[in-house]
Design a protein around this ligand. Structure first.
Ligand code: NAI
Length: 327
């Protein structure tokens, strides 16, 4: 079910102080949009560059715990991996019955890393838009879509508050779609994990094995910037609709030849089903929690490996040649 401006009434926010916790990608844009919508917004932040930016933008900027005590609606917009600790230590002590917690991602609630008290409203407004776009699209008059959900309705008003907030951040103009914390978690993690970067890496390895130069392979696969244009075609004309903008040879190659045999397609879908399954049964979340508990060693090792991978070394040379990185 979709909801638009006409389904949302800002009267549900009358007299409420909005707290933005984390003035980063999402926090800054959502705060500016809500202030423009006439709401009273305070920012809670640790003392860092984001807090400075918030002060420069003219927001009352308080330590996290002070802002939590003041706010009636709390947008928790710090990175997901630090959110449970910040919630426990700085936000929870300041909460009062009837306060509304707003998440921009389903992860911590779905996997129960945060378990809010039952007398709180818990909702999600998850923009399908990067932070800067949340501001820019509102200024441009289009807005952006979001996935929304109510997880806990403590005072019977959670749905109305969620729609009013969606309107205030600028999302009901394009429309918000009813979802769940679980669904948002699955689609978000799946998009990150389905393997697009490694597919490109493998393609470049195979092309160089076949005697193509790494420069030609990388320019073709992504480095020229053509993918940015094609990405915009997906948005404007549809995933396959945009093929009419290519040559017939390209259209046949992409639409027919690349599809492969039914058994190959089924094998790949089985691989993708495994990714969904490991998100759904919590295996990924457990692994990631363990990695964080072990000082992020697995992530740091992978970062070092990829930095020393032949493709990355060739890419650095190409990018220096193209003037993108300085030597
Ligand atoms: P971010 O990475 O921009 O960080 C926000 C702020 O958190 C920082 O400015 C910093 O002041 C604060 N912070 C970071 N570590 C901290 C710590 N240890 N203690 C106290 N404060 C700390 O966050 P971003 O990207 O805006 O994400 C916020 C939420 O929005 C997340 O739940 C994310 O999943 C969600 N989201 C993000 C999108 C994006 O485009 N970045 C898109 C849709 C949802």
């Amino acid at each position: 079910k979709w909801y638009f401006d006409d389904d949302a009434d800002l009267k549900w926010l009358q007299g409420k102080t909005i707290g933005i916790f984390g003035y980063g990608n999402q926090g800054r844009s959502q705060a500016l949009n809500m202030r423009d919508a006439g709401l009273e917004v305070v920012v809670g932040s640790r003392s860092d560059e984001s807090a400075k930016k918030s002060e420069e933008d003219g927001f009352e900027t308080l330590p996290l715990a002070e802002a939590a005590a003041k706010a009636d609606v709390l947008f928790i917009l710090v990175p997901d991996e630090v959110m449970p600790q910040i919630y426990k230590e700085s936000l929870e002590p300041g909460l009062k019955p009837g306060d509304t917690l707003v998440f921009a991602s389903g992860y911590n609630i779905h996997f129960k890393y945060i378990q809010p008290a039952l007398e709180l409203n818990v909702i999600m407004i998850a923009p399908r838009m990067v932070g800067q776009g949340v501001r820019d699209t509102v200024l441009a008059g289009t807005g952006f879509p979001s996935l929304v959900a109510v997880h806990q309705d403590a005072d019977g008003k959670a749905q109305n508050i969620m729609l009013a907030l969606s309107r205030a951040i600028g999302s009901t103009k394009m429309g918000v779609i009813e979802s769940s914390f679980e669904e948002e978690t699955i689609v978000d993690l799946f998009h990150e994990q389905f393997g697009s970067l490694h597919a490109i890496r493998r393609a470049i390895e195979v092309l160089t094995e076949a005697g193509c130069s790494p420069e030609a392979a990388m320019l073709e696969m992504y480095a020229s910037g053509e993918v940015r244009e094609i990405g915009q075609y997906y948005v404007d004309h549809g995933l396959f609709g945009q093929l009419k903008l290519h040559s017939r040879t390209s259209e046949y190659g992409q639409l027919v030849y690349a599809r492969g045999k039914p058994e190959q397609e089924e094998a790949h879908k089985d691989h993708l089903r495994g990714i969904v399954e490991r998100i759904r049964d919590g295996s990924f979340a457990r692994e990631w929690t363990d990695v964080q508990a072990n000082g992020m060693t697995a992530l740091k090792t992978a970062q070092e490996e990829i930095a020393n991978d032949p493709m990355t070394i060739e890419e650095r040379k190409l990018y220096e040649r193209l003037g993108r990185f300085s030597a």
